[in-house]
Design a protein around this ligand. Structure first.
Ligand code: HXC
Length: 508
């Protein structure tokens, strides 16, 4: 009996060694943690339960039968984050470069199936040389099995991908279908074809970092939702994000203890809007003042800064925030900001997270690059996302709400539940100058200026909309946190559904 127990211990020790000391040291030398160290930091201490520690590949080509390390390059299992169930896989670069074989894929699929069945998020830590070259089509089949599960899990359980090393070729498409992608600066990259192929095909010379590093994907492509200094920070921030999310679409997001009065009055907000309507102010200041304890988890902070998205809590409950940012491009909507916000609104709706929309939008960005780039279709994504969302929707217009952008930003007409405006709100088809130049075409400059003042006084206020009931109430800025806390509290029992359909056809 003792021998058998000893054998188990010995086998476990071998499995835990991964690719051996030399390769683990090489991993550390690159500033990267090992697959198991990452899991330890992500999950609550001592909560990890492993699956398939002894699974080995079945390949016999290229002499592979002589090298069958237990675990096959990925550590999988489950544990908890602040006491809540999470499924994880962590690719082990020290074993065949973390490459994906048929059995490696089966291990990932097993925990994805469990996550879907038991209603818990899947967190994938990616660090892999891609398809296991010795396995050929078996490896490709394995990827496709994972892809299919990503698709089935979408909108059912949250899926988060951490890119902590290479992620190249078709392998990128699994993270691409998850809800959030976080990268580690300087040690991770993602691309469909690497620098060598790029050079051969297009003659462009580019480094892996330039082509698909964290900076590229958080600032240019928007493939990734955040970039962190190192593995430790990425894992800590992932724990922070998980606390905002429900385990599945069958549950509500957790209610956390809060120490901030929901009725807190914030007099400084009464002077947030500058006297000059063309002067910007920082919308993030408003978000922080509305949030419990000023805690805001921002998503895609480095991309399309003209819209700000992320999670806060109000009375301990998760709320998704979408806010125009007057500091960047005057807060206008454009292709990038529409895409960014639309996906976020859909995530919140899929997981029953109420949405707070803060509006200061002068309209859509004009120009040939926007039109040629399809701003019509991309803008429609945000319109569609808001219109189909059935979660509680509370909107506050702080200043500008012009033209189509007024409609798009969770207006009353898109089933907004509470639509508030500050007294500084300007709700109109367009700015006074532009409007009068059209209506009074051919008149002198003085006449137009006079009419513009008239137009401004009549339309650049919240009161015309309030007269029609499109705005439920014009509120004092200082009372905004109290108003929205009470609004969300009153909406906890909201029940709204859309007509039956197989699925919609959002303009992609
Ligand atoms: C098998 C692999 C491997 C792979 C790396 N290794 N990639 N083994 N299949 N795909 C092994 C190496 O042989 C080596 O083994 C160890 O992992 C570490 O690799 P190094 O090259 O020494 O590491 P490094 O210098 O850091 O370079 C990492 C790398 C490079 C950039 C990822 O290894 C690389 O270019 N690998 C090939 C990438 C690739 O072409 N993959 C297929 C892409 S196509 P030892 O024993 O020496 O430690 C694809 C299609 C997916 O993925 C389609 C899905 C639909």
């Amino acid at each position: 009996m003792k021998d058998i127990l000893q054998e188990l211990e010995d086998r476990r020790r071998v499995a835990r060694q991964g690719g051996g000391e030399r390769r683990v040291a090489a991993q550390h030398a690159k500033g990267k943690l090992s697959a198991r160290e990452r899991i330890e930091l992500l999950l609550d201490e001592g909560s990890f339960e492993e699956f398939d520690m002894f699974v080995a590949h079945r390949s016999s080509d290229f002499g592979m039968e002589k090298d069958r390390p237990p675990g096959d390059g990925v550590v999988t299992g489950w544990g908890t984050v602040n006491g809540r169930l999470i499924y994880v896989f962590s690719q082990d670069f020290t074993v065949f470069g973390g490459s994906l074989s048929e059995t490696h894929a089966q291990k990932i699929c097993k925990i994805m199936d469990m996550a879907l069945q038991n209603g818990a998020p899947v967190i994938g830590m990616n660090d892999s040389g891609g398809a296991r070259i010795q396995e050929g089509v078996n490896s490709l089949a394995g990827y496709a099995e994972v892809f299919q599960r990503n698709i089935m899990a979408s909108g059912v359980v949250p899926q988060i991908s951490l890119i902590m090393g290479p992620c190249a070729g078709g392998a990128v498409y699994s993270p691409a279908m998850t809800d959030f992608i976080f990268m580690v600066k300087d040690s991770s990259y993602m691309f469909v074809t690497g620098p060598d192929v790029v050079k051969t095909v297009t003659n462009e010379v580019v480094t892996a970092e330039e082509l698909g590093g964290a900076s590229t994907h958080t600032k240019k492509s928007s493939v990734a939702d955040g970039a962190y200094e190192n593995d430790v920070e990425a894992l800590a921030e992932t724990r922070r994000l998980i606390d905002f999310l429900p385990l599945s679409n069958r549950e509500r997001a957790p209610v956390r203890p809060f120490f901030d009065n929901p009725l807190r009055v914030e007099p400084s907000l009464d002077t947030l809007i500058p006297d000059n309507p063309h002067q910007p102010y920082d919308m993030k200041e408003l978000i922080l003042k509305l949030a419990d304890e000023g805690d805001f988890f921002e998503i895609q902070a480095a991309f399309a800064g003209n819209i700000v998205i992320g999670f806060i809590r109000i009375e301990g409950q998760s709320v998704g925030v979408v806010a125009n940012q007057p500091m960047v491009l005057a807060g206008c909507l454009d292709i990038d900001s529409s895409r960014k916000a639309a996906r976020f609104v859909r995530f919140c709706d899929a997981f029953e997270i109420p949405i707070l929309t803060l509006v200061d939008v002068p309209g859509f960005l004009p120009g040939t690059s926007q039109e040629y780039g399809g701003v019509i279709k991309h803008g429609a994504k945000l319109l569609f996302a808001y219109g189909e969302a059935t979660v509680p929707k509370v909107t506050v217009i702080t200043r500008k709400a012009y033209g189509g952008a007024y409609d798009v930003m969770a207006s009353k007409h898109l089933r907004g539940d509470f639509n508030y405006a500050w007294p500084t709100a300007e709700i109109a088809v367009m700015g006074a100058k532009g409007a009068t130049e059209i209506i009074y075409r051919g008149k002198t400059a003085e006449e137009i200026a006079e009419r513009a003042t008239e137009y401004e006084a009549r339309f650049a206020t919240p009161f015309v909309a309030a007269e029609r009931g499109f705005i439920d109430e014009v509120i004092m800025p200082q009372s905004t946190r109290r108003r929205i806390s009470r609004a969300f509290a009153s909406l906890r029992g909201k029940k709204l559904s859309n007509p039956w359909k197989k699925h919609d056809n959002i303009p992609l």
